[in-house]
Design a protein around this ligand. Structure first.
Ligand SMILES: Cc1ncc(COP(=O)(O)O)c(C=O)c1O
Length: 420
């Protein structure tokens, strides 16, 4: 009997064809090779390029104190810990980092994972079970959706930031009979918009649901202490679980879940993504700890202000040059909520790739977000800034954007303007 070749999908996967087509015309926006550190200007494939495509929001990957933190950890603990946190993989650095992070979040406790994705998988896969219901925003990060699937809880998604639909799902969830968790990103990674947390908190309270917020893109940026979207909205005490990653503002790699002592202790002894994987390399933990200390000092406030000022500058500059830039979210009193993510709407996947190519060749690196990272026909150039970008470099990037737009439009027709 003929069997199906399990590997046929690897040959027939439609994206492979698209990838090869883009590669052939030199327009593949992915897997480009860095030749030095992720700084405001980088060396990439033999050319100087302005880096507008990283999550190094505070620019701390190049900071001497953060590098020193990594070096000291390397010298003291060696290259790897070769074991899980439970067994031989916990150092004094982890204990200190968890203490600092709980202090920063103002929660009873915090648990450090090897990556942010594992923190989401571990928290959701453990705290939720098949008898529970999880309600997730359709724009939530992939690791949140994977954590929900892993838990086998009843999944009730709602359309991005639609509070009326969240409420409907909460009403249905109450009839499901188990525990209820709502999980949202604080800042959405591609569009850079924020979750309306005060409304979400009120709805969760009204319907007896717990709330978890992924602060990957808000931690180390938003709020006076830089504690993230929950701090910005003044709802820290109303949010049950907060997740953050070290791979953005904290210039390293790793993740954390912060919350009540009882839940964190439960995760510490039952989260499989915490127990059955190796602890992060010491250098990553040492760098994170040094970055956390900078963020929690007075200098932190200056860095948070600088990255947001740079984002606003880039956003206005791009809009002035005729790009369709998604507008910032607003608080209930109407003030703008700037985040470090500045998304330029292109719409069509191939057009986004061609515009990316024009920018890359002229010396600017940005990220391309195509489906499924964004909704179909919602392709974006996802640009993001660092606190350490200076205005001269941002102005140079804006001029390159303006020229790339002209050249692109001469060949491919007008880019969408956002005008109704
Ligand atoms: C919103 C969000 N959550 C979680 C993660 C995962 O974090 P990490 O890169 O530390 O695995 C990311 C990173 O891509 C993210 O953007």
């Amino acid at each position: 009997m003929a069997t199906t070749d399990l590997f046929a999908k690897a040959r027939e996967f439609e994206r492979i064809e698209q990838l090869n087509a883009a590669r052939q015309i030199g327009a593949l926006p992915f897997f480009h090779v860095l030749e030095g550190p992720t700084l405001p200007v980088v060396e990439m494939e033999g050319q100087r390029r302005i880096m507008l495509g990283s999550n190094n929001y505070l620019g701390l990957t190049g900071d001497a104190r953060v590098k020193q933190g990594a070096k000291e950890a390397l010298d003291r603990y060696g290259t790897g810990l070769t074991g899980s946190r439970l067994l031989n993989g916990t150092t004094g650095l982890h204990v200190e980092l968890e203490r600092e992070l709980a202090g920063w979040f103002q929660t009873e406790d915090a648990l450090v994972f090897t990556t942010g994705a594992q923190a989401n998988l571990g928290a959701l896969g453990t705290i939720l079970g098949p008898a529970d219901t999880v309600i997730a925003d359709s724009g939530d990060h992939a690791s949140i959706l994977d954590g929900c699937l892993l838990s086998r809880a009843k999944m009730r998604p709602f359309r991005h930031n639609r509070m009326d639909l969240l409420e409907k799902q909460l009403i249905k969830a109450q009839a499901d009979g188990g525990g209820i968790l709502v999980v949202v990103d604080g800042v959405y990674s591609m569009e850079g918009d924020v979750a309306p947390l005060p409304e979400i908190v009120a709805l969760c309270k009204a319907h007896g649901a717990r709330l978890m917020v992924d602060e990957a893109h808000g931690f180390g940026v938003l709020g006076a202490r830089g504690a993230g979207t929950c701090e910005l909205f003044g709802v820290e005490a109303d949010v049950d679980l907060r997740m953050a990653t070290f791979s953005k503002s904290l210039a390293s790699c790793g993740g954390v879940i912060a919350g009540s002592a009882e839940v964190i202790e439960y995760l510490r002894i039952d989260a499989r993504q915490f127990l059955f994987t190796a602890s992060a390399v010491p250098a990553a933990v040492g760098a994170t700890l040094a970055a956390v200390r900078i963020c929690r000092s007075d200098e932190g406030r200056e860095l948070f202000a600088k990255v947001l000022a740079n984002a606003a500058y880039l956003r206005h500059g791009l809009a002035e040059r005729g790009f369709w830039v998604l507008p910032p979210a607003r608080t209930a009193d109407g003030s703008e909520i700037t985040t470090p993510v500045v998304p330029v709407v292109v719409g069509d996947d191939w057009k986004a790739v061609f515009l990316w190519k024009a920018l890359y060749e002229a010396g600017v690196f940005v990220n391309v977000a195509i489906h499924p990272a964004v909704p179909p026909a919602g392709a974006l150039l996802r640009t993001s800034v660092m606190a350490t970008h200076d205005r001269a470099v941002l102005d140079e990037a804006l001029e390159i954007f303006a020229r790339a737009k002209q050249d692109f439009e001469a060949e491919h027709g007008p880019l969408p303007s956002g005008a109704k």
